[in-house]
Design a protein around this ligand. Structure first.
Ligand code: ADP
Length: 168
C-alpha cells in the first residue's frame, strides 16, 4: 500500500490590532509557531480605528520584539476581510488567544462569521498563560500613561516606545 505524502505547509494567521504587542501576544505567536510551519502576524489596518501607534510603528515593534526569532514568522498589515487575507497567504487557520470567558462571546461571533464567509478556514483558540491572562494592549497603555511600569507585560523596546508616546 502506498503512503500518501502530505507536503503541504501548514499556515496560520494570528490577526489583531497589536497596539502595541505584549508578552501575551508573543506567547500565542510562539505557541502557534510550534504547531504551524508558517505563522503570519497580521496587523489590522482599520481606517476607522486610530490607534496609539501607526501601523508601521506596530509592525516594527513586533519585529523588534521577536528579536531575530523570525524563522517561519511573517509580519504584515492587512485591510479588508480577514478571510480574504488568509486566502492571499494560503492559510487555512486563524489563531486567536483567549484570556477569559469575556473574550469568548466576541470571539465566537467572529469565528462564526468567518466560517460563514469562508467554510474552509478554521479558527483555533489558544488559552492565554495565567501570568498574561489579564494583559491587554489597552490596559498596558493605561498603566504607562499614568506613570506605571510595563516591563513585566511588554518587551523593553515596547515599554520605551510607550513612554516616549506619553511624554511627547
Ligand atoms: P483585537 O483588536 O483583534 O482583539 P488584539 O491585538 O487586542 O486585537 O489581540 C489580538 C489577539 O491576541 C486576540 O486573539 C487576543 O485575544 C489575543 N491576545 C491579546 N492579549 C493576549 C494575552 N495577554 N494573552 C493571550 N492572548 C492575547
Amino acid at each position: 500500500m502506498s503512503k500518501k505524502v502530505i507536503s503541504e505547509k501548514k499556515i496560520a494567521v494570528c490577526p489583531g490590532s497589536f497596539d502595541p504587542i505584549t508578552y501575551g501576544h508573543l506567547d500565542i505567536i510562539r505557541r502557534a509557531r510550534h504547531v504551524f510551519d508558517e505563522v503570519y502576524i497580521a496587523v489590522l489596518n482599520n481606517s476607522n480605528k486610530k490607534g496609539l501607534f501607526t501601523i508601521d510603528e506596530r509592525l516594527s515593534l513586533i519585529e523588534q520584539s521577536l528579536d531575530g526569532d523570525m524563522d517561519g514568522i511573517f509580519v504584515e498589515s492587512f485591510q479588508g476581510l480577514l478571510v480574504d487575507y488568509c486566502k492571499q497567504v494560503d492559510a487555512h487557520v486563524i489563531v486567536r488567544g483567549l484570556r477569559a470567558v469575556s473574550d469568548f462571546e466576541y470571539e465566537m461571533q467572529l469565528t462564526s462569521m468567518n466560517k460563514a464567509l469562508a467554510p474552509n478556514i478554521d479558527t483555533f483558540y489558544i488559552q492565554a498563560r495565567n501570568e498574561y491572562s489579564f494583559v491587554s494592549s489597552s490596559v498596558v497603555k493605561d498603566v504607562v500613561k499614568h506613570g506605571g511600569q510595563a516591563s513585566d507585560f511588554v518587551p523593553d523596546i515596547v515599554a520605551n516606545a510607550l513612554s516616549q508616546k506619553f511624554n511627547q
